[in-house]
Design a protein around this ligand. Structure first.
Ligand code: SAM
Ligand code: SF4
Length: 324
């Protein structure tokens, strides 16, 4: 088991499979983003090796992310490999959904259990603006494909940006009236490269909740947290609403996560710059014991929380380079 110096048992690993993406969301990366060359990304067997190492340290939950994980070559084989690692009991993916119409069934058959799909608006023009070129109907088909394939419960993520989609929270929330989906609203977090947008155009979870309650009446607390999300329900709805308030109500004290970036670096806090390179030692022949020690040392040093309230913004990577 891996513990940090505050006694938190760290057992949830987010693995970024690539920093590349088939969209360019405005809050995630700058328009002129450049991407990591393929040889610097973890290769398939290196990803599997790390999954096995982390599993031996008690990590039992893995989420695949990116960039966009579904554009990774051999994605189905990667999922199949990780799902058969002893000790991994939960395997999920965060995706923009665009490629799910063709991948949902093979991914499910390979052992993927659930997906979170990002959808920030139900209006095609706004979706195009927010993603710089995406087509809403592709994502919608992806959501339906995920549900059909049994990658359930389907969870949807929306980052809310002032001046873009703050009015859309009503339509998004309304989807849960008839669908058993979990619609999650995320406070936009600031990273290097897009920080002007991210610090000036943040909408808080409380503001989002207010808008929804003005339309649908008081939300009923579902009495639980799902990861970092506080869960509610519109009265009589089939699905749920989640609020992720990383800025205004951080869940750091409960955080059990580590992140492995696509270039093989261990990052113990999304919003802190400190990183431990694991891929270079692996490629230069480090023993399993050496790698295990590097991971345990990294986990031990996990920061207590992020420093956004002191104005500390991570400047060394944007979101697609870390893995959301
Ligand atoms: N491409 C996939 C997707 O969009 O779902 C997975 C990677 S993406 C980086 C993971 C999640 O991070 C998405 O739900 C996305 O909306 C969210 N995200 C990206 N930039 C963000 C930011 N600045 N603040 C908060 N969430 C952000
Ligand atoms: Fe791509 Fe996801 Fe970032 Fe959007 S949020 S640009 S889909 S990695």
């Amino acid at each position: 088991m891996a513990f940090d110096r505050f006694g938190r048992n760290i057992h949830y690993l987010r693995i970024s499979l690539t920093d590349h993406c088939n969209l360019r969301c405005i809050y995630c990366m700058p328009a002129d983003q450049t991407f990591c060359p393929n040889h610097k990304l973890m290769q398939d067997e290196e990803i599997l090796k790390f999954a096995q190492l982390f599993a031996k340290l008690g990590f039992d939950k893995i989420r695949l992310t990116g960039g966009e994980p579904t554009i990774r070559a051999n994605i189905v084989d990667i999922v199949r490999g990780i799902s058969s690692v002893p000790g991994i009991r939960s395997l999920s993916m965060t995706t923009n959904g665009v490629l799910l119409p063709k991948l949902a069934v093979p991914l499910k058959e390979a052992g993927l259990q659930r997906v979170n799909i990002s959808i920030d608006t139900l209006e095609p023009d706004k979706f195009h603006r927010l993603t710089r070129w995406g087509k809403l109907e592709d994502v919608w088909k992806g959501i339906l494909a995920a549900e059909e394939a049994g990658l359930t419960p389907v969870k949807l993520n929306a980052v809310i940006v002032k001046g873009y989609n703050e009015e859309d929270v009503i339509d998004l929330a309304a989807q849960t009236l008839e669908k058993p989906w979990q619609m999650r609203f995320i406070e936009m977090m600031p990273f290097a490269g897009a920080t002007d947008l991210q610090t000036q155009q943040t909408i808080t979870a409380a503001q989002i909740q207010n808008k929804i309650e003005t339309e649908f009446g008081p939300l009923e607390p579902a009495g639980k947290y799902d990861g970092e999300a506080r869960i509610y329900r519109i009265h009589g709805a089939k699905g749920e609403l989640g609020f992720i308030s990383s800025i205004t109500l951080p869940f750091c004290s409960e955080c059990t996560r580590a992140r492995l970036t696509a270039d093989g670096v261990l990052r113990m806090c999304l919003l802190r710059e400190k990183e431990i390179d694991l891929l270079t030692p692996l490629r230069s022949g480090a023993s399993e014991d050496d790698l295990r020690q590097l991971i345990l040392d990294g986990v031990w040093e996990k920061p207590w929380g992020h420093g956004l309230d002191q104005g500390i913004i991570p400047l060394n990577r944007v979101m697609n380079q870390i893995g959301g």
